[in-house]
Write a protein that binds this ligand. Structure first.
Ligand SMILES: CC(C)(COP(=O)(O)OP(=O)(O)OC[C@H]1O[C@@H](n2cnc3c(N)ncnc32)[C@H](O)[C@@H]1OP(=O)(O)O)[C@@H](O)C(=O)NCCC(=O)NCCS
Length: 418
């Protein structure tokens, strides 16, 4: 199915583009410990930590590609630029904001790969940052005043999950997939319980410590400009572990009430958690890698982006994954590990059924149901995680992928560089 999506897929393969390393913040629950911190500052934190961990000089960065969806601070327009400036990247290096809804984080990496392949830059700093908590309560029609009783301030976070073309909430698109693919509430809850269990195991086993940089209070002075920094709530000195990851057995999840339809399968426990956080990766040309004797995590082999019907947007990863595998001349069976965003449990399960995926290869360290889905940060996180998982298991090929609201899918194919 979805041949049309594959026919129109936007694909590209790369000869000599490398994912050096990735770092992210721990993800905090909605309205919790990171809710006073702007996405720009979360992004700066991730970027600085990445540069510090890799020892790569900020002055080497030749392009900044940042992703962010909700404009959740008054200086939101400057997010990519400020991430660059306060990470120590030279003032002359330009910064771009990209936006492909939940595909945004992936898009930062593919845009960087394009720029590198075109010879525009040798080293790219890619950052996805999202504060779901600071989504504005907004009105679009009141600049000129309002008529008596007709005030229209609304919750942007909630309203923006409705695609007004198909008039479906994102959650409803997952319910539509559950109906089409015959997915039951029990299947979704059992899958969600597994997502939590896998994430707990990965944290307890030390896997995520390798990509998560704890958030602490800090100041970033910048000569000639205003300092900025991070200030955690008064009683918190350090935030170091994904907050939403907690024991969530099937017997607890099965009792939660449906969130979108009275007889629906999606609940607050088996949908992606709403969290705040940021993630950063460095993408480089082979020339840069070899000149500096770097040991990258993975080679970026190919990327694919597709369109799918808006009312079943969550199926997007299926044609995107097929397209990226085809572009690389591989078969699905050649891929050892997948990290596919769990926007909703039924959405992931529909993709799994469509591609006949072996769950033992997918989201083995848990997914967004447990870890959370800070929209623009997710693609950067998923790509880092799958690359690190390839390294951990000494596997060859891995794919990161997600669906995107409005009806899109995106996928990146990596090859372990070890
Ligand atoms: C599904 C959704 C609407 C639920 O929102 P919500 O109702 O505010 O969710 P909550 O976190 O309050 O969870 C609902 C209930 O389930 C409980 N719950 C949630 N996760 C749980 C878990 N892991 N274990 C036990 N209970 C849990 C909550 O405690 C809450 O219980 P209460 O009603 O007694 O307080 C929201 O999570 C959502 O929209 N997620 C998807 C976001 C999205 O669309 N992203 C873009 C994708 S394209």
């Amino acid at each position: 199915m979805y041949e049309a999506s594959e026919t129109h897929a936007l694909t590209c393969s790369y000869e000599d583009v490398w994912l050096i390393a990735g770092v992210r913040t721990p993800f905090a629950d909605y309205m919790s410990v990171l809710s006073d911190i702007s996405p720009t500052d979360l992004g700066i934190h991730a970027a600085r930590a990445l540069l510090a961990r890799t020892g790569i000089a900020p002055r080497d960065v030749g392009t900044i590609i940042a992703g962010n969806m909700a404009q959740s601070s008054f200086d939101a327009y400057y997010l990519p630029r400020h991430i660059g400036l306060y990470s120590g990247v030279p003032l002359g290096v330009p910064a771009l904001l990209v936006h492909r809804l939940c595909g945004t984080g992936f898009e930062t990496i593919l845009t960087a790969a394009d720029q590198i392949a075109l010879g525009k830059a040798k080293l790219a700093l890619c950052v996805g940052a999202e504060s779901m908590s600071r989504n504005p309560v907004a009105a679009y029609t009141h600049r000129g005043g309002f008529r008596l009783g007709q005030i229209e301030f609304k919750d942007f976070l909630w309203e923006s999950t409705r695609d007004t073309a198909s008039n479906t909430l994102m959650g409803d698109t997952a319910e539509n997939l559950a109906q089409r693919y015959g997915i039951t509430r029990e299947e979704v809850d059992r899958f969600a319980a597994e997502s939590f269990a896998r994430a707990i195991k990965a944290w307890d086993g030390g896997f995520y410590q390798g990509e998560v940089e704890p958030v602490i209070n800090q100041q970033w002075p910048l000569e000639g400009y205003q300092a900025r920094g991070i200030r955690l709530p008064r009683n918190v000195e350090r935030f170091e572990r994904d907050e939403h990851v907690r024991p969530s057995p099937y017997d607890v999840l099965r009792k939660l009430r449906p969130a979108f339809r009275p007889d629906g399968v999606q609940t607050g426990g088996n949908s992606s958690a709403i969290v705040d956080g940021a993630a950063a990766v460095l993408v480089a040309s082979g020339e840069y890698v070899r000149a500096h004797g770097l040991k990258p995590l993975a080679r970026v082999i190919a990327g694919a982006t597709v369109g799918v019907p808006p009312e079943i947007m969550g199926i997007g990863p299926a044609p995107a994954i097929r397209a990226v595998v085809k572009k690389a001349g591989l078969k699905l069976d050649d891929v050892a590990r997948f990290d596919i965003n769990e926007a909703f449990g039924a959405q992931y399960l529909a993709v799994e059924k469509e591609l006949a995926l072996d769950r033992a290869k997918v989201n083995v360290n848990g997914g967004a149901i447990a870890i959370g889905h800070p929209l623009a940060a997710s693609g950067v996180r998923l790509t880092t995680t799958v690359a690190r998982e390839l390294r951990r298991t000494n596997s060859e090929y891995g794919i990161s992928s997600a669906c995107a609201g409005g009806g899109q899918g995106i996928a990146i194919l990596l090859k372990n560089a070890a």
